[in-house]
Design a protein around this ligand. Structure first.
Ligand code: UD1
Length: 383
């Protein structure tokens, strides 16, 4: 059997890693059973957004990198489709496997399906209901086209069924990202927080004294809805600097999009000059995991971090109005609460959450063995 996995952006890398390791293990027991090729569209190309994850998670270099880089959504998806089609025509895989909800996920599923190649979607069935999110469009299109829908939880199964997906296309496999978390816990644990900050500090943040941090918040922010409009980002920044940072040290891992926007809106200096905010580059996998393990609280608009917080028990303020991952919310047993970008709401939940103890939760099948179930679903698929 020949499988091509397609990845493009940071959140894909921690999902493809256990899948590739599982294929390698399977091939050791059943020599030459699965031929696997890894294709990277190149949407994320910085060392910190891409290469560092390949290295840290032992992902082999991509067999093919399409180098599409940045661009509008149509440019990214269109260019990826054109190049992926060429790869699929030459390589003739039995399956194309896609992960999550980034532009590469949708581009690959459309190109493959039009060539009558079977498509498997890992992380199927998540829905935010928010059609303004590019990821929601990617999720809907990919799931509509996929032959095999591998879901991380039971809520996702209900979403797929409500859209008419038949039972034989759906398999509940659990959360593949947790495979990566579990196999990297020990290494992350061994890191030293001050060194993480020191090694990743953004030059212009002008902070010299980063020892003795015992309690801190970790923050990431990159959604267009939070960072692309000055009228949203400016009050958020003012609130962070003037209120939150006064109560708790913030370690902010700044996404390239966000750095660009903070500078464009003349907000960068205000954050950089705050003595209690440590601005760091996008972090490698183990560094972020270590911070998450120790953080008093997480402030984020990332999907993956919501899930990791649930398993680690880190209280998480999700700076969005909706989530495609409701299983991470407190009402479903998780560690996260939706606060959007409303200052009042963030303040209220922040103060309340500061006194909330850690409460690790393990949703069903988030057990570190999801990749094996994914591969089995493909190998034993009966169409
Ligand atoms: C993408 C994903 C999003 C995911 C996020 C994680 C889609 C639709 N979105 O959003 O779901 O949560 O990745 O990071 O696929 N840039 C760099 N260096 C890079 C990559 C990007 O500087 O290596 C810059 C680009 O020039 C661009 C900005 O960062 O201006 C945003 O990158 P883009 O790939 O458009 O989307 P993300 O916001 O990263």
């Amino acid at each position: 059997m020949k499988i091509i996995s397609v990845v493009g952006a940071r959140p894909n890398f921690m999902k493809v890693a256990p899948f590739i390791h599982t294929i390698n293990a399977y091939n050791r027991e059943h020599p030459n059973s699965v031929v696997h090729l890894l294709v990277h569209t190149g949407q994320h190309y910085d060392d910190r957004m891409s290469k560092s994850f390949f290295e840290a998670l032992n992902i082999p270099d991509a067999d093919i990198n399409l180098g599409i880089g940045s661009g509008t959504h149509a440019e990214q998806v269109g260019l990826s489709m054109i190049e992926l089609e060429k790869v699929f025509v030459v390589e003739k895989p039995d399956w194309v496997v896609v992960f999550g909800d980034v532009n590469a996920t949708m581009a690959a599923s459309v190109s493959a399906k039009k060539l009558h190649i079977k498509v498997c979607h890992v992380e199927a069935g998540l829905r935010s209901g928010d059609m303004k999110m590019p990821e929601e469009i990617n999720r809907l299109v990919t799931d509509r086209l996929s032959d095999l829908l591998l879901t991380p939880d039971r809520l996702s199964i209900e979403n797929l069924k409500a859209e008419g997906a038949s039972d034989n296309r759906i398999r509940f496999v659990g959360n593949i990202m947790i495979d990566t978390l579990e196999s990297n816990r020990a290494k992350a644990e061994s890191l030293v927080i001050n060194e993480i900050i020191g090694n990743n500090q953004i030059e212009s943040s002008d902070i010299t004294n980063f020892d003795l941090i015992s309690q801190f918040a970790v923050m990431t922010l990159h959604r267009p809805s939070n960072v692309d409009h000055k009228e949203v980002l400016e009050p958020l920044v003012n609130f962070l600097v003037d209120e939150i940072a006064e109560k708790l040290t913030i370690i902010w891992a700044v996404h390239p999009r966000t750095q660009k926007q903070l500078k464009a809106f003349n907000l960068w200096d205000k954050v950089a000059e705050s003595k209690n905010i440590y601005l760091v580059h996008p972090l490698d996998y183990h560094s972020m995991l270590k911070l998450n393990m120790q953080a008093k609280i997480m402030l984020t608009d990332s999907g993956g971090l919501q899930e990791e917080c649930t398993v680690l028990g880190t209280p998480c303020l999700t700076m969005r109005w909706n989530t495609e991952r409701p299983i991470t919310l407190r009402e479903h047993g998780g560690a996260s609460v939706l606060v959007g970008n409303n200052i009042e709401r963030i303040r209220e939940e922040f103060n309340q959450t500061l006194s909330t103890p850690r409460k690790p939760e393990r949703p069903e099948l988030w057990d570190g063995h999801t990749a094996k179930r994914c591969l089995e679903a493909i190998l034993f698929y009966k169409g």
